[in-house]
Design a binder for this molecule. Structure first.
Ligand SMILES: [Zn+2]
Length: 229
């Protein structure tokens, strides 16, 4: 596997099979690296107007994700990052290389809100003294809108007003844009059904994000208190 960091930050990177990368035409390599840098900028812009910084990391994978029900535009999952495992967004090339920046931003904010949902779950569990969160993630089922929406944090508690009003739900028609380059990119990337399952309790959470989650839990009348020593 080849790992390439974005120019802006090591918290946005590309993971791509060595063969896939070496066979990729030069113009698509340039295109993909440009997409990586664009995602780093979008993530930075989202963070700038958000209620918490930084945003979760983003891994772009050199794959196309497709199921019998259609294309999957992204998921939330534990990512290996600097010897830790942290919640982040993972997006395939169709999303990353979508030329409409507002669409990419919609998807990223959506995945970040899933990350924050699991952050709150982990924080609640830790404050109860539970070692296990008791929830095994399925990533999310992109094709079950209510199941998916139930695993999103309230956007107003986490991101800026523009993103609150424009983040995507999975039936958002704007997301159709993501499939536009399918025929062009399919010969160059493996198309597969991603495994969206993960275990929640293995993840660590950025301190600033954890503090924000604790404050929200207190405000919501939850059980947050100092962890049992
Ligand atoms: Zn979702």
């Amino acid at each position: 596997m080849k790992i390439i960091n974005s120019k802006g930050t090591p918290e946005v990177w590309l993971s791509i099979g060595i063969l896939t990368w070496s066979r990729l035409p030069a113009h698509l390599k340039t295109d993909l690296l440009g997409a990586l840098d664009r995602i780093a900028q979008i993530r930075e812009h989202v963070a700038r107007c958000a209620k918490v910084q930084p945003m979760p990391p983003v891994e772009v994978v050199g794959q196309i994700w497709v199921t019998d029900n259609g294309i999957i535009d992204g998921t939330t999952t534990p990512l290996r990052f600097q010897k830790m495992v942290v919640f982040g967004a993972r997006v395939p090339v169709l999303t990353a290389m979508c030329t409409e920046e507002t669409v990419v931003r919609k998807v990223l904010v959506h995945e970040f809100l899933h990350c924050f949902y699991y952050t709150v779950k982990i924080t609640e569990a830790v404050s109860r003294g539970d070692r296990k969160v008791g929830e095994t993630g399925t990533g999310h089922n992109a094709f079950d809108a209510s199941d998916d929406a139930s695993r999103l944090e309230n956007p107003a508690d986490w991101v800026g007003d523009d993103d609150v009003h424009s983040f995507a739900l999975h039936n958002d028609a704007a997301l159709d844009m993501i499939s536009h380059r399918y025929d062009e990119l399919k010969p160059h990337f493996p198309a597969l059904v991603p495994d969206l399952r993960f275990r929640v309790e293995k993840c660590s959470v950025a301190e600033s994000t954890s503090d924000h989650a604790k404050a929200l839990i207190r405000r919501r009348g939850g059980v947050e208190r100092s962890p049992v020593q």
